[in-house]
Design a protein around this ligand. Sequence first.
Ligand code: CP
Length: 315
Amino acid sequence: MQLRSRHLLGLEGLTRDEINHILETAFSFKNVLQRPIPKVPTLRGKTVVNLFFEPSTRTRFSFELAEKRLSADSANFSASTSSVKKGETLKDTLRNIEAMRMDFVVIRHSASGAPHFLSRCVDASIINAGDGTHEHPTQALLDMMTLKEKTGKLEGLKVVIVGDIEHSRVARSDIFGMRTMGVDVGVCGPPTLMPRGIEEMGVTVYPHIEDALKEADVLNMLRIQLERQGTGLFPSLREYRNYFGLTKERIDRLGKDVIIMHPGPLNRGVEIDSEVADGDCSVILNQVTNGVAVRMAVLYLLAGGRGKLEGDDNA
Ligand code: CP
């Protein structure tokens, strides 16, 4: 099967079959990554530019690694050392880059909708690596891959996303993707960080983390995004931790296992305690590992991949 679009701009509108196909392809690539030589020639001759206008560790590095593992040529663009600093527009930047013949553009930008805008300006396939407070589709895909790997299913799981829902592109992509896959999604956080009308996205709102903990199979703890917030959305980081932090005491009191996820980077001691982030129930580093396979799958499928991966009996 082929994906309907040549871009990955978000998970809103992707079908269950498309998401399943991306996840199954990612599991096949995870097998490739466990071989002695973790590399396939699948994208030989294709060129990818990684266009990051915002800082990133996990997403940027895992896209770069995915491109290398697929034998693509890749070039990295950093806004801080580019002609953007001299006032060049986003559209001009991309059209100049495309003039050097790029097949894929992976873009992270602070403006919601930037990848959608670019997809109308250029011929290359655009992959959204996080746009403002809108979507972060490959993060949600790797979250779902990690849950499927850990529990064997997605349908029927109860996942509660805790924290700054208002400013979170991860929350939006998780809600779109997980609901499509039959996950029962809840959200929990201070009312000032909860988008108005969030219930219309088909999620349950938990004002108290204790109630969320009782019902959840999985907690996805979000970072407090101080860089995107105005002031006064909650009194202090200490108060936030008291009401919404995933503390060791809260986990110890629970008397059941919950799977702990976090997209990173962590604010240790704010939304999550170190003992919890590094504990037995945490799959935070599994998420990071799966990020490479998911990004390989997205690049492969957007390039028109279908059928068996070369040399892989499990595809
Ligand atoms: N999860 C995530 O997007 O992390 P980075 O900002 O490090 O890419």
